[in-house]
Each structure stands twice: as structure tokens, then as C-alpha cells.
Design a protein around this ligand. Structure first.
Ligand code: SF4
Ligand code: SF4
Length: 289
């Protein structure tokens, strides 16, 4: 696997884009629900229309089905030839950061780029002659702050949805009954292709995950994500608060874990690693596999 180069906010790099659009071809652009809503607003679509027209896997990834361009790769569905990004003001975090990436380790944020060579030099070598910027200046210019907050808040939502799966397994007597199927399905889902997992979750919960009915809060991603979190918990409470049989509890726990893993993928996390982590946690609390 290609390594990465860690950066400090003071590092100076050729971070002035030459606007050739090479990086809008053949990439994976993942989305959280707030980013999907922002893109839809920019495109003057409803979130559902935007999702159905331009996204994959229930809304966690932009389609790259545009015209073939750089290195014979398809352009992003939002890329317009000789113009550029059609949703520039609403573009998601990964587009704002590129060619940088962002990671949180031990609650600290790190920025990096892939490989040892600056990635833009691959498709746009002319950037080396354009003004250099510090990483901090670049992030400010790209107005990433709000989008980074959304990302971080949705990591909490992801954990909260996983916690519902834990509650359904550990606090209901299901784990105590000797159930072994639930954890083995959590593992299967962690390794499932995103389209298979989206099918397993089904349209009702996929829509709750990616198309929350929240009005008026798009300027405040933290409030949006928290309201979304409340909606998800309320729905789970309504649907699963009175379940009786172990089979029903098992199915509900699997479904909630599937929703958490689908959101995880949209946040750029690795579902297989998270599933293993959550399985180990459940085992530490008495669940079996
Ligand atoms: S590869 Fe870099 S310089 Fe080229 S279009 Fe993308 S961000 Fe701009
Ligand atoms: S959303 Fe815009 S900036 Fe991002 S890949 Fe698509 S066209 Fe490029």
C-alpha cells in the first residue's frame, strides 16, 4: 500500500490549483448526509432527487459516470467539461481537501497527502510554478471548517447508531440467551460490498440515514447532525422499543449495525476494521460468536 506524508499546518506546498479538473476524474467522493443535503441545495434539487440522480449505494458516494477524460477515466457526475464543478459552493469535504487527506488519531486531527510526491504533480505538473501556500492557508481558502465539523459530528452519530445495536444485543437478554448469530452477521456486514449492504438495510432505513427531514439547519452542520441523530434514535425506539422475541431482537441489532457500517463507509472509515472492533467490544460485555 502506498504510504502517506504527514503534514503540519505550517508546511508550504504547491497548493494552488491549476483548475484542469484532472482530480475530478476516476476518484471516489464519499458523502455524509449533511454533505448530500448541501450538494442538493446547490444543484436546486431535493436531497432525494440529487441522491437518485447522482449518487450510489443509497447516497454515500457520488457517481463518477461523466464524460471520459483524464487518463481515460470517467468524470464525476457533477463535472462539466470546459467549466468545472457544477456544485462548487456545495462541494464536499474530500473535494475541498484534495490533494490533502485528513485523519483523526487519538482525538488529534492530522492532514497528509498520499505517497511521498505531491499528488497534483502527477496530473498537473504546472502547479509547481504556481504560488505555494501553507496547509493552514489552503484549508482556510477552501473553507473546510464547517465540513470538518460535520464529519466529526457524524462520527458521533455513527457510534450512537452502533450503540443501539449494542443495546439490542446486550441489554435485552439476547446475548445472555447464548445467541451467536448476531456477531457473526456483524462481521459479514463489515466485509460486504456497499451495494449489498445497502440492499440488506433496505430503503426505509437507507432513506432515514441519508435523507433526514430536517429543515432550515444547513448552515449549522452540528445542529443538523444532532437533529438527525435524534430522529434515528426516535425511529429505532418506535420500531424496536417493544420487541419480544430473540429473533426480532437479533434482526433489529443486525439492521442497526448495518446502518452504522454504511454511514461509516460514507465517512471514509473502514467497515471491516470497525466491525471487528465492535465485535470485540460486544464479546468483552458477554456476547458470543
Ligand atoms: S490535481 Fe491538483 S492542481 Fe490538478 S485540478 Fe486537482 S487539485 Fe487542481
Ligand atoms: S463534486 Fe465537484 S469538485 Fe468534487 S469531484 Fe465532483 S466535480 Fe470535482
Amino acid at each position: 500500500m502506498m504510504g502517506s506524508t504527514k503534514l503540519s499546518l505550517q508546511d508550504k506546498l504547491p497548493l494552488t490549483c491549476s483548475r484542469t479538473g484532472t482530480c475530478c476524474h476516476g476518484k471516489q467522493v464519499l458523502l455524509n448526509p449533511w454533505e448530500l443535503a448541501c450538494l442538493a441545495r446547490e444543484k436546486k434539487n431535493t436531497a432525494r432527487e440529487f441522491r437518485d440522480l447522482y449518487c450510489e449505494y443509497g447516497g454515500i458516494r457520488l457517481r463518477f459516470d461523466g464524460k471520459i477524460g483524464w487518463k481515460e477515466q470517467h468524470a464525476c457526475s457533477q463535472y462539466v467539461d470546459n467549466f468545472g464543478c457544477s456544485v462548487h459552493l456545495g462541494r464536499p469535504l474530500s473535494c475541498r481537501l484534495y490533494p490533502l487527506g485528513r485523519q483523526i488519531q487519538s482525538e488529534e486531527v492530522h492532514y497528509m497527502h498520499q505517497g511521498t510526491e505531491f499528488p497534483c504533480l502527477n496530473g498537473c505538473p504546472e502547479v509547481s510554478g504556481l504560488p505555494h501556500l501553507t496547509v493552514g492557508e489552503y484549508l482556510k481558502g477552501q473553507e473546510t471548517a464547517k465540513f470538518e465539523k460535520a464529519q466529526d459530528e457524524y462520527l458521533d452519530v455513527m457510534q450512537n447508531i452502533a450503540d443501539i445495536a449494542f443495546e439490542l444485543l446486550l441489554d435485552t437478554g439476547l446475548a445472555e440467551s447464548g445467541d451467536k448469530q448476531t456477531l457473526s452477521l456483524w462481521r459479514i456486514m463489515g466485509n460486504e460490498l456497499p451495494e449489498v449492504l445497502a440492499d440488506r438495510i433496505g430503503p426505509e432505513w437507507i432513506d432515514c440515514l441519508m435523507l433526514p427531514e430536517i429543515s432550515g439547519d444547513l448552515e449549522d452542520p452540528v445542529s443538523f447532525a444532532r437533529k438527525h441523530n435524534d430522529l434515528l434514535r426516535l425511529k429505532a425506539q418506535e420500531k424496536y422499543g417493544t420487541l419480544q422475541t430473540n429473533q426480532e431482537l437479533h434482526e433489529a441489532s443486525v439492521l442497526m449495525m448495518g446502518v452504522a457500517l454504511q454511514l461509516a463507509r460514507g465517512l471514509g472509515a473502514e467497515p471491516e476494521i470497525l466491525a471487528e472492533h465492535w465485535i470485540a467490544t460486544a464479546k468483552n460485555h458477554g456476547a458470543k460468536e
